[in-house]
Design a protein around this ligand. Sequence first.
Ligand SMILES: [Zn+2]
Length: 587
Amino acid sequence: MISYRIDVADPHAHLFRVTLTVPQPAAVQRLSLPVWIPGSYLVREFARHLVGVEARQGREPVMLEQLDKASWSAACRGSGALTVSWQVYAFDTSVRAAFLDASRGFFNGTSVFLRVEGREAEPHQVRLGTLPRGWQVATALRPVQVDGAGRGVYEAADYDELVDHPVELGTFWRGRFQAGGVPHEFVVAGALPDFDAERLLADARRICEAQIVFWHGAAAKGRSGANKPPFERYVFLLNTAEDGHGGLEHRASTALLASRRDLPQRGRRETSDGYVNVLGLISHEYFHTWNVKRLRPSEFATLDYTRENYTELLWFFEGFTSYYDDLLLVRAGLIDAPRYARLLGKTISNVLAAPGRGVQSVAQASFDAWVKYYRSDENSPNATISYYLKGALVALALDLSLRADGGSLDDVMRLLWTRSAGGPIGEQDIAEALAQVGKRSYAKELAAWVHGTGDLPLQALLAQAGVDWQTQPAALAQRLGLRVSESALTGVKVSHVLRGGAGEAAGLAAGDELWAVGGWRLRRLDDALRVLLPGAPAQPLLLAREQRVLQLALACPPEAVGAPIQLQIADKPAKAAAALRKAWLSG
Ligand SMILES: [Zn+2]
């Protein structure tokens, strides 16, 4: 069996030590570290944090040759076990790599475990060795022999499984609940002592129950058999810090990062926007357990850890997951319909504010995620559209259309699940499921909404569902076609210049600091409202440092293109709209 031992070597130096034992190695045994972590579509070159790679057989040193940025080969003699050791520098606070200091440790296998090429399909074992006193272990890896704190030996059926179970180490809060007859564990690191653990646990449980019912029907709740969730045990690993927000899905767990200020506080009943954000994150990553970890793009049937793995389907796997994350909070009774409408309005506003929606389709955005979504820069709003945000709106548009046709997107998701037996699918499968549930072809919609760049007919579809669409006045930055940051230190600084806007016409570029306009010193961009009036002549705009003067005019009225949208649950919708809305929001 391929076996690893991982030790906390030096928390202050942020170093793990890993030792790998390969029984009966090949004469030339290749080893390599993944360049990316599934779920996060960017080549991250984890091997840059590996140091001191050494190999031996028994007491004999073995020649190691580094072949490329992430691969080594060991020249073995005979069939004696090959032992390879290395250190990993771990100081990445995200959920995508590895972290270690005196208070906490965390790792994904993709950051720490070299892959034994040719032996990936064999069982892999991990021993969690030396840990600081009092530390515990939390992971969805299968325990073989562990103590009460979780230290000891774990096993995975193969390399894919080994690296799909992140591990949290430290002195964290830990709670448990059952959902759908399956034990769930919830770990929270870094929380303030007054955080309301009971409430978080109860709310997480409601999310899990709602999703298990979503995928497997009410019969799954607390029962066994074919309708059970497709995992034996599930673990939430939530790390809380001063700032940060993110998550990464795995087959039986998720690693989450949230601001500790967003956790509920004991003795307070209100549900802050920050907490709704945390619940949305929990819901999002849990939904991925079905949608992308099992039901997945056919291109991900076998993962290639050495390079980009392209798919055009992230609009479905990320976008539809984003659609259901908040919708299932309504269905779980954690937020009400007006609050859901506000969240949906925000997503619509964000999409409408990006000129890139007219340039890139969500299918293209999916394919290009590796070099665009994950490498956003000052031009991103002009050249790209988020497959999360617009993908969620495609799901909304399809759901409301299907409901008008007597079906629902819920039925499509479940049909895809049963048809593929929770496995790889292509766009053709999605098209067929839509046609079967809607009893008509949705090819036109897929062509326009997924492969086209026009705006979705959401206003009309939402009206049919008893939701009112109101255009709000746009902020000055949007009306000028700018995105800016404002601070006492830097004043007003341009981060993005939107295509076709007044800022672009004036010659502004990202990085410019706006000093004064029309003789008025700018401390906030809104100071310019004194002199910039729609239709009025251009005003001299002084840029700091460069001391350049540009001419800036405000052409757009506040209700210009890209103005934010607010959605409201209509008070007295028509009977059909009321019925559709009820079915949509209650599932
Ligand atoms: Zn996601």
